[in-house]
Design a protein. Sequence first.
Length: 133
Amino acid sequence: EACTTTVASDSEDGGGRAGGGLDTGSGIDCGVQSFPSSRIVLQDEIGTAIPEDDSSAEYAVNGGAFLDCIPGSDAAGFVCGRDLAGAFVVRAHAESYASEERQFEVELDETGCWVQTRTVEVSMRSEERGSAD
C-alpha cells in the first residue's frame, strides 16, 4: 500500500513531511535524501551579514510550536526545518538589533518528494540607543 505525501500538520512540530523513502502514490520512490526547508540570512541595514555568534532564529510551521533554527554551513545563516513544507513563521534576533518576523510558504517539488528550499534574507534594524551624556 502506497503512502501519500501531504503538507498537513501531521508531525509533532506542526509541519508536513516529505522524503524519507515515501512512495507518493504516483510510482515515484522518493529515496532517503533530506533537504533544508529554509535558509535564513540575517543582514544589517547596508546588507552586511550578521554573524551567527551574535544572532539566533526560531521557526514554526503550520501554527505549531516554535523551534530553534540551527546554524547553517556559512557563518551568517541558519537552517530552519528539514523536509518540512507549509506555512512558516521565522523570528530573527540579533544583538543590538530589533527582532524581525517573516512569514512565507515552503512547497514540495513537482514530484511531491522534496521541499523546495526557501532562502530568506532578513534585514535587521539597529535598535535606537539613548546617549549617555
